[in-house]
Each structure stands twice: as structure tokens, then as C-alpha cells.
Design a protein around this ligand. Structure first.
Ligand SMILES: C[S@@+](CC[C@H](N)C(=O)[O-])C[C@H]1O[C@@H](n2cnc3c(N)ncnc32)[C@H](O)[C@@H]1O
Length: 219
């Protein structure tokens, strides 16, 4: 059965280099199923900390005859994986504090992977800061709007780099990202709409800061 992914998961799938992939926090298991059924991955290890979630992923793979290509493993973060067992680790749809905690735990255990493909729902700056400690270089970093929500997607490879404070906060390529600029414009407008109904000095200050940031993008 062919499967349609939403824009967020489609973008993540398009950034996977062919090879072995782990989908950590796989839940429904759609990403892993899509990757093996479209020959974008040779093998997927789908993991989740929740047994009912993992069951959904296993059933999807079983029903569609790809269980020989999808290994399902119960466990927290990167615990179910050994170092370099896969080429790419995907962690999507979790908060940035949880994702950075998972990366930190793996780093402390000495686990290494060639690529991370991460989509934090919140706090992407925490993820970028931890990636630097993991000695990973960001090769893709952009925002995407899907069903009215803003998502960050970050892809890495091994290698050290230092991001400045703004790159850590807004994204490595924020100065040139059309998506980031559009998102900033939307955020400013939303805050102005709130100000029109309910003025607050604090919010006004935030709008001014964001407008100053927008000016640096235009300049
Ligand atoms: C919102 S779903 C995201 C599903 C899918 N990755 C996506 O992006 O559509 C989050 C999943 O992550 C799992 N999860 C949460 N914390 C986890 C952890 N520390 N390790 C592994 N899985 C976790 C949850 O059980 C849930 O199934």
C-alpha cells in the first residue's frame, strides 16, 4: 500500500541518504515504512519508548510485507542502538529539550553516528548547542510550516564547528533562509495583532527586537 507523508515527514524523508536509518520515537512508523517501500533506505530500525506506539509501527510493517526490512525495538532514546549501527539517526516530533537530552546521553556513552536528522517541535537552539558538543556540523537547517505549525529540520554530518549565538538561536542559515524570513514576518504580524487588542510594553519590546532582526536580514 503506498503511503502519503505530510509535508514535514516528506521533507525529512527527502533528506535521508540511502543506507541504514534509525527512526527514534517512530510512533506510527510511517517514516520508516515510506523509506524502505520507496527504496530510500536499505534497512530501518524503528524505536519507541512506548510499547503501544511501537506496536503500531510493527503492524504497519507487517501488514505491508516489509517486516524483514524494519526492525522494531522498545527503548529510551538511543539506548536500543549500538554505536554506528545505522548511518542516519532520525528523531522527529519531540521537544528540543528531549532530543538534546537523547544526544547528550549517547555522547556520554561514546555512541557515534555519521548523520543526525532532527526535527524538534520546540527549543531548536538546545539541539544545535548539543550537536556542537557531539562534534557534528550542520549541513541543512531550515523551518517549514505544516498544518499551521512551524517545524525546524536539521541535518548533520560528523565534524566540528562553532556557531555564533544567533546561528544557535535562529538556525545556521538564518541570514539567507527565505523560510526563516517569512516565518519572522508572520511572527511579527501575529504579535502586532495581539498588541492591537491588548497592549503590553513587554510584547512591544519583543516586536521591536524581531523587527530589528528582520532589518538585518534585509540588509
Ligand atoms: C509526537 S510522536 C512523533 C512521531 C514521529 N516521529 C513523527 O515525527 O511523526 C513522539 C513519539 O516519540 C516517543 N518518545 C518520546 N520520548 C521518547 C524517548 N525518550 N525515546 C524514544 N521515543 C520517545 C513517543 O512515545 C511518541 O511515540
Amino acid at each position: 500500500m503506498p503511503i502519503r507523508l505530510d509535508e514535514r515527514l516528506s521533507k525529512i524523508a527527502s533528506l535521508v541518504d540511502y543506507g541504514k536509518v534509525a527512526d527514534v520515537g517512530c510512533d506510527h512508523g510511517k517514516l520508516g515504512y515510506f523509506l524502505v517501500s520507496t527504496d530510500r533506505a536499505s534497512k530501518v530500525i524503528a524505536t519507541d519508548v512506548s510499547a503501544p506506539s511501537l506496536k503500531k509501527a510493527r503492524e504497519l510493517a507487517l501488514e505491508n510485507g516489509v517486516i524483514d526490512l524494519i526492525d522494531t525495538r522498545l527503548g529510551d532514546g538511543l539506548e536500543p542502538l549500538s554505536s554506528r549501527e545505522v548511518d542516519t539517526v532520525v528523531i522527529a516530533g519531540l521537544g528540543g529539550d528531549v532530543i538534546s537530552g537523547i544526544l547528550e546521553g549517547a555522547r556520554q556513552e561514546g555512541k557515534e553516528f555519521a548523520h543526525y536528522l532532527l526535527s524538534p517541535n520546540t527549543h531548536p537552539e538546545k539541539v544545535r548547542a548539543e550537536l556542537a558538543r557531539c562534534k557534528h556540523t550542520i549541513v541543512y537547517d531550515d523551518v517549514l510550516v505544516c498544518a499551521g505549525k512551524v517545524y525546524t529540520i536539521i541535518k548533520t554530518q560528523e565534524g566540528e564547528e562553532t556557531l555564533d549565538a544567533n546561528e544557535t538561536k535562529y538556525g545556521k542559515f538564518y541570514l539567507t533562509s527565505a523560510n526563516f524570513k517569512a516565518q519572522l514576518e508572520r511572527e511579527i504580524q501575529n504579535k502586532k495583532n495581539i498588541l492591537d487588542k491588548n497592549f503590553s510594553e513587554e510584547l512591544m519590546g519583543k516586536v521591536k527586537d524581531l523587527e530589528a532582526l528582520l532589518e538585518t536580514l534585509k540588509g
